[in-house]
Design a protein around this ligand. Structure first.
Ligand code: ZN
Length: 524
């Protein structure tokens, strides 16, 4: 981030003092003229000079902390002159929100060919990596190349084909926030005389301050009391399921690199869940970072905005409908006195549209329950919306603690339906089996553990000989990683099935599962 152009600044051993009075000076974010522009300039200047000299004579404890941290890294003057940073190495990604049970961290991707390049003054960064799953992954065991970047307001991805696409505002905002999760970038922001550094406190041997910049960035900076080096940067973000989340990056294994103290280990956590670890093999300041401008195709594209959810209705059987029209479908089941929905997916917008469509289909009957297939964030992103609509959540017993927690979590950064319309959580846990029936329509809910999730439910309709499931078998896809295990679990239930209703595919004959499971078994 560039230094303020409002006045000429000399950084003297980390101490920031204005040397030109042509423009208003800024002292750690406090502009003496701010909000008082009616004061005559002469008076303002006298006041200002008094404040400046007083401040220069006696640094605040926050200023002293930042000054010491700058010295410990390599010096304030050098810090404010840094142009680029390039980190190369390897690491591990964890599967937040998609592991086998809520909160698990056993599923990992090995990261190789990692390179993160940052153009500090321009606010540009690009991360390139190859990731290889160490678990049964729905796309198979093959490695994937990922390129993600930010260039000012433009966030973008580059596909393996080389095609660049612009990402939505939320993802771009997260990538802008990620820029400060590096000690040099964080320290530059803290040293910027237009920034505010406040609220010094001490926790576990760390001195902690809050930093806010005039361009709207805010983060918490922890500085090790012993080494004086930055130890952690924390930013706040929104997650559809988790609401307000702390994303923290801890800096470890500091080494001397060309006179700089630079961390060789970056550990990023979402609240208490470790999401990525990077081990740097090289970490270089002011190396050639290459061209970090957003590719033209992304830079010239409009910011993509999620379209309004489209909910279409497809008859499956009398009293059973697929509510489709998006990547994640739901299924509506009509009983004599009520309607039951299977799946509240993705987010508020999708789930509220699905609930509205269900009520529109059978306006005379109350929609009372929603069955959740499994805890994965894309399949539970509408749970809070369903609670806000008064529905009872039916889920595998292994998910109940997690759902109790997510219903309680604050969503203040991006208020959602439940935070605007709080309702108590009503939940029914399913162990091995649960039957919902009115004598005619009968739905069995079965525990169906597997590699994809071990807190998973499928539904079986004996009269219709229908099996309803999510993610374990997608008839429309080419790869069927979980199909052999899924078939084993289905056979254990000794059910007679004619058709499979999948939440990501069209209804398919049971025979196709037999065929796809057999061919997948051979490939393995
Ligand atoms: Zn899933």
């Amino acid at each position: 981030m560039p230094l303020s152009s409002a006045s000429t600044i000399i950084v003297l051993a980390g101490r920031v003092c204005p040397t030109s009075w042509a423009d208003p000076p800024y002292i750690n974010g406090y502009n003496p003229l701010g909000g008082r522009r009616h004061v005559k300039r002469q008076t303002a200047l006298s006041l200002m000079i008094g404040i400046v000299f007083a401040a220069c004579a006696q640094p605040t404890t926050e200023e002293q902390l930042i000054r010491d941290a700058a010295s410990a890294l390599g010096g304030a003057e050098r810090l404010t002159a840094v142009k680029t940073i390039v980190i190369e190495g390897k690491g591990t990604q964890y599967n937040l929100g998609q592991d086998v049970v809520p909160g698990a961290w056993g599923q990992t991707f090995t990261i190789t060919q990692y390179r993160r390049s940052i153009d500090v003054p321009a606010g540009r960064a690009r991360t390139e990596l190859t990731r290889t799953p160490n678990f049964a992954y729905y796309l198979g065991p093959a490695e994937q190349r990922q390129i993600q970047g930010i260039d000012g307001a433009v966030g973008y991805n580059v596909a393996a084909s080389g095609t660049a696409t612009r990402v939505g505002e939320a993802a771009a905002g997260d990538r802008r926030a990620e820029l400060v999760r590096h000690p040099i970038v964080a320290m530059r922001a803290a040293l910027d005389p237009t920034s505010r550094v406040t609220n010094l406190r001490t926790e576990d041997g760390q001195s902690i301050v809050d930093v806010s910049t005039t361009d709207g960035r805010a983060f918490t900076l922890a500085i090790d009391a012993a080494t004086k080096r930055p130890s952690q940067v924390t930013t706040m973000s929104d997650n559809v399921v988790l609401g307000d989340i702390r994303i923290s990056t801890t800096f470890g294994d500091y080494q001397d690199v060309g006179g700089w103290q630079l961390p060789m280990r970056f550990t990023t956590k979402t609240d208490n869940f470790t999401s990525v670890e990077v081990h740097a093999a090289t970490h270089v300041v002011d190396a050639n970072a290459g061209d970090l401008a957003a590719p033209a195709a992304a830079a010239s594209a409009a910011v993509p905005v999620a379209p309004a959810p489209n909910v279409t209705v497809a008859d499956v059987s009398p009293g059973i409908w697929q509510l489709a029209g998006g990547s994640h479908r739901s299924v509506l089941v009509e009983f004599a006195d009520r309607l039951v929905l299977f799946e509240a997916p993705q987010n508020d917008a999708r789930t509220l549209a699905v609930i509205a469509k269900a009520r529109e289909l059978r306006p005379g009957k109350p929609l009372t329950h929603v069955v959740n297939s499994h805890h994965h964030f894309d399949h539970s992103g509408g749970i809070r919306a369903a609670v806000s609509e008064g529905l009872t959540i039916v889920t595998h017993m292994g998910n109940t603690t997690f759902f109790e927690e997510i219903v309680k979590r604050p969503h203040t950064l991006v208020p959602d339906a439940l935070s605007k319309n709080p309702k108590p959580l009503k939940m029914e846990a399913v162990g091995d089996e649960k039957v919902i029936t009115d004598g005619a329509m009968t739905m069995h809910l079965y525990d169906v553990p597997g590699e994809h999730s071990s807190t998973m439910l499928m539904a079986y309709f004996p009269r219709e000989r229908l099996l309803l499931e999510a993610d374990m078998y997608e008839p429309d896809e080419d790869l069927h990683v979980f199909a052999p295990r899924f078939l084993e679990e289905v056979k254990k239930r000794r059910v007679r099935v004619d058709r499979i209703v999948s939440l990501h595919s069209n209804v398919a004959p049971y025979d196709r599962l037999l065929k796809d499971a057999a061919s997948m078994k051979q490939r393995r």
